[in-house]
Ligand binder design. Structure first.
Ligand code: MGD
Ligand code: MGD
Ligand code: SF4
Ligand code: MO
Length: 726
């Protein structure tokens, strides 16, 4: 048998029984894993991990392994369609790519002419490596409105790290961290962003100490030296309490603090407000555990904070991030081997340059929805989704007439789903590019068939902060599906921005790589590129912040009128802020913990993945379940002041009895009516999107801390919520 464990294995190889095996780069999530794609009779037979890849070392997750089943799924949209009945009638007719793109272009130009380019909103969801092209299109169009998940996912990490230390510090797993603090992140399931769960697990196998901060007993929590089971939404308080211990006990890095931080005295005064006793009271974490975790983290070097999205989906989103940055900073773990690295890319044109942000005229940028309301977000071009729904529904501050969603299913993934539904029903024109006709796509006028990663050439991990670039190689063509990049390149020519795009999108990839002195074809002949790795860059030239220091005290936040230091605020929908509501809705509801087989709303139509999670589940402690008369596997009704949904109870001792955890993003592709059960189990129906339920700097919607009640489902509930005839 061929041994692939050599480095520099050929990029395409012969293996008995297959036509060819192609090295490529998976993007079944945000991407990252190097893979080998096995082709037989022109079809992809299977995908395996590439042992030579530094991101995954040959491992893969269930979603990546199922890639061929997604690509060849019988429900896949393989040609453009136009809706022929009313919205959500499920009636579509096949059209050509030319007809589809001509129609979208004609609408874009007509609305731009009549209502201004700002009336056209481009949208995407989580990172799928098409973002920079979408921004490029919007910026050259003159629309400041690109609707993303960036207000409550990853955008806050970029924004808060840029203002604090210039870039996003990434755990340097290759150099064996001695202590890992996994904070609101379940990396062995979610494999998000830069490095994957495998690198994290390897570091633990090599002996790293582990602290886990999570209200649920996850697998890493079960393996941890210290598990801090905090009250959801109290992360800033916990971090400030740990910082208090580190400062009081002088466990911080004196040299780093003396030479490289800004605002030490003010910072010390702030953490003094969080003595351990007060922190324990706020967070539910016992005092001794807070002290032990602070000491372990501060004294075990090098150490990393492996942070996740849970801390961003709160009203203290920016404060949470900044408090964790302070933990990384004052312990001397920034930019050191095995610590928290500020990696650099190879010399290329980066996502900002490709996104052409400078092309947006300032008078158009000034029209960005939301304006200065959430200033940290606005500064990074990020808008809170409610502004878009409001502009459609009220035409204030101006009408939004056209939505173009490229890789997003906002009806399922944005808070207050019923409001999203009304807005999507009302908007005059909507185009969607997707693999399937999703509940969101059912409300569109035109749906365009998008290519999966097996069907495109690209520079993998272009947007990431670990410094690697990996070739993604097109292996197959399915129907008429096209990559989002190629589609936008064509559309751009049709709306008069052709001079800023290319005859063929591959020339755009050449343009990105040009500063490296190679073409895309030459890049395809390599395994990967990596930027130079240099440690302790701040010793030479400081940090890229206004003061040149690591800003514990943020001069930018101060300038924008926010508290320059992290502070804890009670979640507005929690038991402390709203004891009146808590009397009727006694449980703290957290939502969205990731499931291995799904990627948000994706993959529910793929049997091998659906078998892993056949039904939506809500985790509840056995004591709470007993009190509510709920048994394992019962369908239950979860209610908030906003509405009700149904999921199945999963009893778990790994939760506090005062907390329940519901899954997000559930729809039922097998339900053939055009709604596909979008409102049956969709947890975002329960979630408020009011601006007051958002972080004041970032606009992050709190989807992690809510109040709910839960009870067994009756037949009448089932008929009402699931539309089942009894
Ligand atoms: N309550 C609650 N809500 C949440 C969360 C939570 O934790 N709790 N998490 C939030 C987070 S962190 C995020 S990032 C958002 C995600 O929100 P979205 O990104 O809107 O989520 P998806 O459901 O994955 O939508 C992606 C759609 O794009 C399609 N797609 C996938 N790849 C491509 C591609 O390359 N091209 C095109 N054209 N289409 C593609 C998929 O088929 C799918 O229909 O959800 C958020 N919503
Ligand atoms: N399989 C799979 N992988 C994914 C995704 C997916 O949908 N499926 N989504 C992708 C996306 S877009 C993202 S953003 C990432 C997110 O990846 P992660 O950051 O790992 O996100 P989650 O699993 O949602 O949440 C992590 C943990 O936070 C805990 N948590 C909940 N509330 C709180 C709280 O108040 N404080 C703290 N400290 N912890 C809390 C949850 O119990 C959970 O175990 O995953 C990505 N990877
Ligand atoms: S973690 Fe992401 S990149 Fe890796 S195999 Fe899974 S889906 Fe693919
Ligand atoms: Mo996300």
């Amino acid at each position: 048998m061929t041994d692939f464990r050599h480095s520099n294995a050929p990029l395409e190889m012969e293996v008995y029984g297959y036509d060819r095996v192609v090295k490529s780069h998976c993007r079944g999530c945000h991407g990252g894993c190097g893979v080998l794609v096995y082709v037989k009779d022109g079809r992809v037979e299977k995908v395996t991990g590439d042992p030579d890849c530094p991101i995954n070392h040959g491992t893969m997750c269930s979603k990546g392994l199922a890639a061929p089943r997604i690509a060849y799924h019988p429900d896949r949209l393989t040609h453009p369609v136009r809706r022929v009945g009313p919205k959500a009638s499920g009636k579509w007719e096949r059209i050509t790519w030319d007809e589809a793109l001509d129609t979208v272009a004609e609408r874009i130009l007509a609305y731009k002419e009549k209502h201004g380019a700002e009336s056209v909103v481009m949208g995407y969801g989580t990172g799928r490596e098409n973002e920079a092209a979408i921004y490029r299109f919007a910026n050259y169009l003159g629309s400041p409105n690109v609707l993303t998940a960036g207000h409550f996912c990853y955008g806050p990490r970029i924004a808060t790290t840029v203002i604090t230390c210039g870039s996003n510090p990434i755990a340097d797993y290759a150099n064996n961290p001695a202590c890992i603090m996994a904070w609101g992140n379940n990396i062995t399931i979610s494999n998000p962003d830069e490095y994957k769960g495998e690198c994290f697990s390897q570091a633990l196998n090599a002996g790293a100490k582990l602290i886990v901060v999570d209200p649920r007993l996850t697998r890493p929590a079960a393996r941890a030296d210290i598990w801090l089971q905090l009250r959801p939404g109290t992360d800033t308080a916990l971090a400030l309490g740990m910082l208090n211990v580190i400062v009081e006990e002088e466990l911080y890095d004196h040299e780093f603090v003396a030479n490289h931080v800004h605002g030490w005295e003010e910072f010390k005064a702030r953490v003094a407000e969080y003595p351990v006793a007060r922190t324990a009271e706020i967070t539910w974490v016992p005092e001794e555990k807070i002290r032990a975790a602070a000491r372990l983290f501060a004294t075990t070097k090098p150490g990393v904070v492996q942070w996740g999205v849970a801390i961003e989906q709160q009203v203290t989103c920016a404060d949470n991030n900044r408090a964790l940055l302070a933990l990384m900073g004052i312990t001397g773990n920034i930019d050191v081997p095995g610590g928290q690295m500020l990696f650099r890319q190879p010399p290329i044109r980066n996502v900002s340059q490709f996104g052409a942000h400078k092309a947006l005229p300032p008078e158009q940028a000034a029209k960005r929805l939301g304006g200065d309301h959430f200033r940290l977000a606005g500064n990074f071009g990020i808008i809170n989704p409610k502004y878009v729904w409001d502009a459609i529904l009220t035409e204030e501050p101006y009408p939004v007439k056209l939505l173009f969603f490229i890789s997003s299913n906002p009806l399922m993934t944005r808070a207050n789903a019923r409001e999203v539904h009304v807005a999507l029903e009302k908007v005059e024109f909507m185009a969607v590019a997707d693999f399937f006709i999703t509940p969101t796509a059912e409300l569109a006028d035109i749906v365009l068939p998008a290519a999966t990663w097996l069907e495109m050439d690209y520079i993998g991990d272009f947007w990431k902060r670990h410094g690697w670039l990996l070739p993604r190689r097109k292996v197959i063509q399915v129907g008429e599906c096209r990559s989002d990049h190629e589609m936008l390149n064509d559309l751009a020519h049709r709306v008069g921005q052709g001079e800023h795009w290319w005859d063929d999108f591959e020339q755009g990839l050449d343009w990105i790589l040009e500063p490296s002195g190679i073409t895309f074809q030459e890049f395809l002949k390599t395994d990967r590129l990596r930027g130079d790795v240099t440690y302790r860059k701040h010793e030479e030239r400081g940090f890229s912040t206004p003061t040149g220091k690591f800003e514990l005290y943020s001069t930018k936040l101060e300038e924008w009128g926010y508290d320059p230091l992290p502070q804890f605020r009670e979640p507005p929908m929690g038991p402390v802020s709203r004891p009146d509501l808590a009397a009727d809705f006694p449980y703290i509801l957290i939502t969205g913990a990731r499931q291995p087989g799904f990627f948000h709303t994706e993959n529910r139509q793929v049997p091998v993945l659906r078998e892993l999670h056949p039904d939506p589940e809500v985790e509840i402690h056995p004591d709470a379940a007993a009190r509510e008369g709920i048994s394992q596997g019962d369908w239950v009704v979860i209610e908030s002041p906003r509405g009700a949904i149904r999921q199945r109870a999963k009893l778990s001792e790994g939760l506090d009895p005062r907390v329940v955890s519901a899954q997000h993003a559930w729809w039922f592709p097998e339900k053939r009516d055009p709604g596909h059960g979008w409102d049956e189990s969709n947890v975002n129906i329960l979630i408020d999107n009011d601006y007051s339920n958002c972080d004041p700097a970032m606009g992050a919607t709190s989807v992690r801390t809510l109040l709910c009640r839960i009870r067994p489902e009756t037949d009448a509930d089932r008929d009402r919520l699931a539309g089942v005839q009894s």
